[in-house]
Design a protein around this ligand. Structure first.
Ligand SMILES: Cc1cc2nc3c(=O)[nH]c(=O)nc-3n(C[C@H](O)[C@H](O)[C@H](O)COP(=O)(O)OP(=O)(O)OC[C@H]3O[C@@H](n4cnc5c(N)ncnc54)[C@H](O)[C@@H]3O)c2cc1C
Length: 370
């Protein structure tokens, strides 16, 4: 299949870029390795309610997500924070009314962030969207041809494009095969950029009641003994089932080797922190991103202890004479790493691709395929 712009990666950045190219009337296709859209945005639906296993929050001062939700008529609500906090010390002792884990001021999407992905996908023409298309090799055949870049997938048809956007984490992009090979500085730069949150695992415990609220607790807890290190309320905006979620604080190697012990440890800890009902969830959802090959590499298994400075390194600019672009949130200089960063990068790329294509259209009398 031939296309002007091929977007690789159907997370928020790829989908947002597709929307903008579509609105500009340009020719594009979007291919995604997984059998679902959204990438790091993943929402599990239980009894009609959404529980986020990837990101949950966005914040005031992030204009793009705010505007997008308004445009798509999706509602937000505030992260629950009222009530006492809990702190668990390194000896496992529980201190009520202490801690600093409150995410007061953070915002969540009604129904979970998966609703955003759902809405973006349903507004795009389905014939341009391809799931189950894992890209393995990208070849730049002939710089003078109209569609010089060939993108081979392991699982679906191959594509030829004038330009390719890699809306995938740069570390994942560094594992693909390029012919001719990309400059060594580009490969090193891509490999060095940590994928935000890729080393983390998130657990969501689902309950029939929000029993912690009844006893005056917010659902926030910080723990120095684990297995969960930071816990928050993850209940829907209205009604149940209710939920608490936590970031798992034990190393990735333990998580993969002892999954049952981990789940057991999580329910025991929730019982210790929130009372005996905490130890009896209806179910526990566990998503370990560190072992997801479309998000993390082995370099990501040690979680970051601070937010990196993101942005597009010079070595990743103007590749293959400007025909190959990196385009995940990690390229965002202002909001890199966040969902706002995915939108920031999509906006920047859309502006430049649309501008260049109107210029080349003028130069060729509009003959380049859009
Ligand atoms: C546990 C967790 C919690 C987080 N919490 C927050 C939060 O509260 N707030 C916030 O703002 N951000 C948060 N983030 C970060 C947020 O999820 C990301 O910023 C955002 O989702 C990135 O979107 P993206 O489209 O740039 O990349 P991705 O979502 O990673 O999308 C890349 C896509 O490319 C696909 N892909 C990969 N390799 C290939 C290939 N070879 N061929 C084809 N397709 C491929 C992937 O399957 C994926 O769909 C969190 C992330 C995680 C994991």
């Amino acid at each position: 299949m031939k296309t002007r712009f091929l977007i690789v990666g159907g997370g928020l950045s790829g989908l947002s870029l597709a929307h903008q190219l579509q609105a500009a009337g340009l020719d594009w296709q979007l291919i995604e390795a997984r059998d679902r859209w959204g990438g790091r945005i993943l929402t599990e639906v239980i009894d009609g309610q959404g529980y986020d296993l990837g990101p949950s929050w966005f914040w005031p001062g992030q204009p793009r997500i705010e505007a997008l939700l308004k445009k798509l008529e999706l509602g937000r609500f505030d992260q629950a924070y009222e009530g006492e906090l809990i702190y668990q010390d390194e000896n496992g002792r529980v201190h009520r009314g202490q801690g600093f884990a409150s995410m007061q001021g953070s915002r969540r999407l009604k129904g979970g962030l998966g609703k955003l992905i759902e809405k973006l996908v349903t507004q795009l023409p389905s014939e341009r969207l391809h799931l189950n298309a894992l890209v393995s090799k990208i070849t730049n055949r002939d710089e003078n041809a109209e569609f010089p870049i060939e993108v081979s997938t392991e699982t679906s048809a191959n594509f030829s494009a004038s330009e390719v956007v890699l809306a995938i984490p740069p570390r994942i992009a560094s594992q693909l095969t390029y012919a001719p090979g990309l400059p060594a500085q580009a490969m090193t730069a891509a490999e060095k950029i940590p994928t935000w949150m890729a080393g983390h695992a998130k657990a969501v415990a689902i309950y029939k009641t929000a029993f912690w609220k009844e006893s005056g607790l917010s659902g926030d807890a910080m723990s120095r003994s684990g297995p969960l290190a930071e816990i928050h309320d993850a209940s829907p905006s209205e009604g149940g089932p209710y939920a608490l979620f936590g970031f798992v604080g034990v190393p990735a190697s333990f998580r993969s080797e002892h999954p049952e012990a981990l789940k057991d440890g999580i329910t025991k800890q929730l019982g210790l922190l929130f009372g005996e009902q905490g130890a009896r969830p209806e179910s526990v959802l566990l998503q370990d991103w560190a072992f997801d090959p479309h998000t993390a590499t082995s370099f990501d298994q040690v979680p970051l202890n601070r937010h990196p400075v993101y942005g597009r390194p010079d070595a990743l600019k103007n590749l293959w004479r400007g025909r190959l672009h990196f385009g995940s949130t990690e390229m965002g200089s202002q909001f890199g790493g966040f969902i706002e960063g995915a939108l920031e990068v999509a906006d920047e790329l859309a502006a430049s691709l649309i501008k260049n294509s109107s210029m080349s259209s003028v130069a060729t009398g509009g003959a380049r395929g859009d």
